[in-house]
Design a protein around this ligand. Structure first.
Ligand code: 6PG
Length: 243
């Protein structure tokens, strides 16, 4: 596993850089095994990227051979303002030809049922093997969480299930999330991190003491895959001075 840190001018530059990475990964995956499996990040940072993929680069990905997944979802219906599916629907899905697979986490269900069904869906798509996602996009919260793997939560201890429901006491909410077994089985992971409020934490994650129960993003280390951190100057300013 190799780790790359790319410090870019701003959020637009992150979106541009990651869009080009996705296009390249899609071409490679489709050439190698006939399809491209892409897990999308939630939150706000990836919105610019999804807008780009739905406009400028709309025709540069073969959506007819692309399966879209979500790295996590809030325990809300797909039309709820907090839904990651809804965010992607508006920024991307409404603007591209229908992908061969759009695998939504059913946040409207009871969380453990949503997790069970999503795990079944992964088993179907990747059968007979464990899920090896070609590219997983992730964000990082200012507390060091990624997907819905929040500090000091149960999901961090999961070593078997591919998807779990995770109660997040610090937010008093339920989430459904991919677990480390899937994240660390990916061919490639790209983190997108922007903003001054993440600079301190990003430095700790990349250069600090390894303490993944406090900093869950630290434990994303695919055995057979590369991890690229696409960060803007604001988030990367402490990392820059450390290099
Ligand atoms: C979510 C994401 C979450 C997100 C980080 C960063 O459902 O919110 O999965 O892990 O990537 O919280 O969010 P921002 O991009 O909004 O800073």
């Amino acid at each position: 596993m190799a780790r790359f840190v790319k410090i870019l001018k701003d959020e637009e530059a992150i979106a541009e850089f990651v869009a080009r990475q996705i296009i390249q990964s899609a071409q490679n995956a489709i050439a190698e095994h006939g399809q491209f499996t892409l897990a999308l990040a939630g939150g706000s940072t990836p919105k610019l990227l999804y807008n780009l993929l739905g406009t400028t680069y709309r025709d540069d990905v073969d959506w007819s051979k692309t399966h879209l997944f979500w790295g996590d979802e809030r325990a809300v219906p797909p039309d709820h303002p907090d839904s990651n599916f809804r965010m992607v629907q508006g920024a991307l899905l409404e603007h591209i030809p229908h992908p061969v697979g759009v695998h939504r986490i059913m946040g409207e269900l009871e969380p453990s049922e949503a997790a069970r069904r999503y795990g079944q869906r992964l088993a179907e798509i990747f059968s007979p093997n464990a899920p090896v996602v070609d590219l997983i996009l992730l964000g990082m919260g200012a507390d060091g969480h990624t997907a819905s793997l929040f500090p000091h939560t149960e999901a961090l201890n999961e070593t078997e299930e591919w998807v779990v429901a995770n109660h997040v006491p610090q937010l008093d909410i339920w989430r459904i999330t991919l677990t480390y077994p899937v994240l660390n089985n990916a061919r490639q992971v790209i983190f997108m991190v922007a903003g001054e409020n993440k600079a301190e934490r990003l430095y700790e994650v990349l250069h600090g003491e390894v303490r993944p129960f406090d900093l869950p993003s630290q434990a994303v280390n695919p055995a057979q895959g590369d991890v690229t951190w696409a960060v803007d100057y604001e988030a990367g300013r402490k990392v820059l001075t450390a290099s």
